[in-house]
Design a protein. Sequence first.
Length: 263
Amino acid sequence: MLGGMRADRDNEDGDRRMMTVERTEDDEGGGGGPSDYAPVLTDAQGRFSINNLPHAAFDVIAEAQSGKLRGRAANVTPDATVNLQALGLTTLSGTVRGPKGPPALFAVELEGPTEARRSFTEGTFAMGRVDPGTYIVRVTSADGNGEGKVTVEPNRPASIEIALTANAMVVGTLVDGAGKPVAGLPVTVIDDTGDGRLMIRMEGPAPTSGPDGKFRVEQKAGLAALVVLGGPAPVVKRGLKLEAGKPYDAGAVRVDAGPPPKP
């Protein structure tokens, strides 16, 4: 059971607050979402109780005034009592400028109370229904990458300007054990955190090696790792030190090609 009391603004229209729970992503028991558990309404004093939940970590989310107010508590386990304050949602907008001007296409990722990732065009973006709090705003594009920090206040639109730093370019050649070029294998470059763990996340198809085995992949400056996919096992080359606007030659990368990837 999860129980608690709401401490939000005066609710002039008299609607009751809706409470939902959402399984956190790092829960070992598997995924879950708000639709997996029926929402409940608070009583006249703002109290609520959510019953029959498995022993796991949950995000407790409260909404009021037809979704204009929202509050949340993260990593709550059953048998806990939580107090939530529902605050006004708002809009976070911004402008993005790269070395060549506003990028034609770019992606924006929010890290903070509201997690979101969307694509935009022509150097401007706007995210609606954003919770108050502090955010890291990350922008990625073919023109470069950048990030900034912004604090969002309840019911007050927030804005931020992001300057992009030019990407680095990773080039090289895939070869087999005999030194012959290997064509058609997907290649990507990701951040190398230095802790031994790698997380691969791609949007759309990855670049592939050409008929001559050569590849060319853009990546933001910093410590990176080259990952070759499509063979019997991924091939990883760590410790690439990439500089903004400069090429990095990974040289000949030996792979066990295996069967060609299916389209």
